[in-house]
Design a protein around this ligand. Structure first.
Ligand SMILES: *Cc1c(COP(=O)(O)O)cnc(C)c1O
Length: 333
């Protein structure tokens, strides 16, 4: 496995001027949970999500003379790539199918990238990104399976243990595993006893199923309150899969209802607006699925969410997700 703490330390130097060293603040939920719970607020990054770290780490490590970059995410990764490319002064083309909402293209364009709207599916968008690589010499930036991207996300692990060497547990939202793999690797190189748990939703948990199977597998993607955690890990996964397999102590799954209640808790108690993806750590503790036994940190990964859905959840209304409906309940402390 081509990965090392040195890579993460080098990434920290590359990203230092563009990304923020985000605050680590105590949660009001600590008392209820019986242990100190700390929130690493990646929502305060310039694009509102931690993905900027990986994108800057990768794009600023490309050789001189690079013509430009491409990716096919209009979510937080697309925004991170757009922002980082603008900082480096190179072209960025973000590919997406016609199915993505207009607001997402506008978001990427506002960061100075070209939005290429093509085809009816994610596969069509991926094919266009690959065409740009071969025909226009752009470099594709992977969302999670790239050593420089993972090293960028891993800088969060360094910051956590520098701020609090006494951390007992780190709860990390998990999808493709770039974040969890990088954070777990960094944290365990500094303190092998720290416990690192990946948390994801119980519907379409690609990394969880892949680790159980012993190799990357495909899962069916369904609409979820934490849409930043959807998608596969890639059947050709080279790095984030082995890192998560070897360095995570456990993976815990949470339901849509548990995410719903955690979004309410972090809003009403901590006054934080966040995406469903960010609160899976809180959801797991609140549901009794993770037992705490010392100071615990969780990463509040992003805040690029649909405010209409957020308002519905805060009011206790039902949220339809495709053919599944999350039953609403008013917040109860
Ligand atoms: C991408 C993302 C994650 C998951 O990161 P991976 O590296 O894919 O596991 C979690 N939260 C948010 C807000 C994200 O954008």
């Amino acid at each position: 496995m081509d990965f090392s703490l040195a890579r993460i330390l080098a990434a920290r130097k590359r990203i230092a001027e563009i990304t923020d060293r985000t605050p680590l603040v105590p949660s009001e939920l600590s008392e209820r949970f019986g242990h100190e719970v700390l929130l690493k607020l990646e929502i305060t990054q310039p694009i509102g999500a931690f993905k900027l770290r990986g994108a800057v780490s990768a794009i600023f490590n490309l050789p001189d003379g690079v013509t430009g970059v491409t990716c096919c995410s209009t979510g937080n990764h697309g925004r991170g790539v757009a922002f980082a490319a603008r900082e480096r002064g190179i072209r960025a083309v973000v590919c997406m199918s016609k199915l993505a909402p207009e607001a997402k293209f506008a978001g990427v364009r506002a960061l100075g990238a070209e939005a290429r709207i093509i085809g009816e599916s994610q596969d069509d968008a991926q094919a266009e990104a690959e065409r740009l690589v071969t025909e226009e010499s752009l470099t594709e930036i992977s969302r999670f399976d790239d050593p420089d991207v993972i090293a960028g996300q891993g800088t969060i692990g360094l910051e956590l243990l520098q701020a609090r060497p006494d951390l007992h547990t780190i709860l990390v939202p998990l999808s493709g595993g770039g974040l969890a793999g990088g954070v777990a690797f960094a944290a365990k190189r500094i303190n092998p006893d720290v416990r690192v748990i990946g948390i994801t939703m119980d519907r379409g948990a690609a990394m969880y199923e892949s680790i159980r199977a012993g190799h990357p597998v495909e899962v069916e993607e369904v609409p979820s309150l934490d849409d930043s955690l959807g998608g596969g890990i890639g059947l050709q996964n080279k790095l984030s899969f082995p890192l998560c397999r070897d360095y995570l102590d456990d993976i815990v799954l949470v339901s849509e209802e548990e995410i719903y209640r955690a979004l309410q808790a972090i809003y009403y108690e901590d006054r934080i607006v966040s995406e469903g993806a960010c609160v899976v750590g809180i959801a797991a503790v609140q549901a009794g699925k993770v037992k705490l036994s010392g100071p615990t940190a969780t990463i509040i990964t992003g805040r690029n969410l649909d405010m209409g859905i957020h308002a519905d959840i805060m009011a206790g209304r039902d949220v339809p997700l495709g053919d599944y409906t999350v039953k609403g309940t008013p917040y109860e402390p």
